[in-house]
Design a protein around this ligand. Structure first.
Ligand code: HEC
Length: 156
């Protein structure tokens, strides 16, 4: 009996994954209202800069400019908000309030940018496109889950 119940519990996240956007609507948990003004501003600055970098990556990809893709993707990776632009105290503040899923999504996002940089350094163009697609998915997945106050269309 308990086993069956447990199995159901384990199964639920899979269903949630399978139904992607539907479940995102239900579990959306905007992160910014929980942040101090300072951290909110750091996050916004970070977003503006990765937004610019990702558009430049798009331009470089369609120009076959591997070197530029590698530089930009590495920049995105290195700007990891949880690691760089924050002091240890800021980081502790963020960790205390950010939902666990947010921290994980940010980490994954930065892993993807490192993989994109790697593919670019290796001159592997099909892989660069694949990683870029994953990167865009990671942007919108996090926005749909944790930035619906800024991007309300995700919950329309
Ligand atoms: C781990 C979560 C996460 C990831 C990954 C993420 N974002 Fe965001 N993004 C946010 C949050 C939260 C906000 C809302 C910030 C606010 O309301 O000030 C935001 C806001 C933004 C904004 C609006 C900034 C403004 O001026 O208000 C832009 C543009 C943006 N993100 C672009 C991107 C792009 C492009 C990517 C991927 C290359 C990306 N984001 C990846 C969480 C994320």
């Amino acid at each position: 009996m308990i086993r069956r119940y447990l199995r159901k519990l384990l199964f639920l996240p899979l269903i949630a994954l399978a139904f992607g956007s539907c479940s995102l609507k239900q579990s959306a948990e905007p992160v910014t209202p929980k942040l101090t003004p300072k951290i909110r501003e750091l996050l916004r600055e970070e977003m503006v800069s990765i937004n610019e970098a990702s558009q430049e990556i798009f331009k470089a990809l369609i120009a076959g400019d591997d070197e530029q893709v590698a530089i930009l993707a590495q920049q995105i990776h290195d700007s990891f908000i949880l690691k760089q632009s924050m002091t240890a105290e800021d980081k502790a503040d963020l960790m205390a309030v950010a939902p666990k899923g947010f921290v994980e999504m940010d980490k994954r996002f930065h892993e993807i940018s490192a993989e994109l940089a790697q593919a670019a350094r290796a001159g592997n163009r099909p892989l660069q496109q694949q990683q870029f697609e994953r990167m865009i998915q990671a942007c919108s997945a996090c926005h749909a889950q944790h930035a619906t106050d800024r991007f309300p269309k995700f919950i329309e």
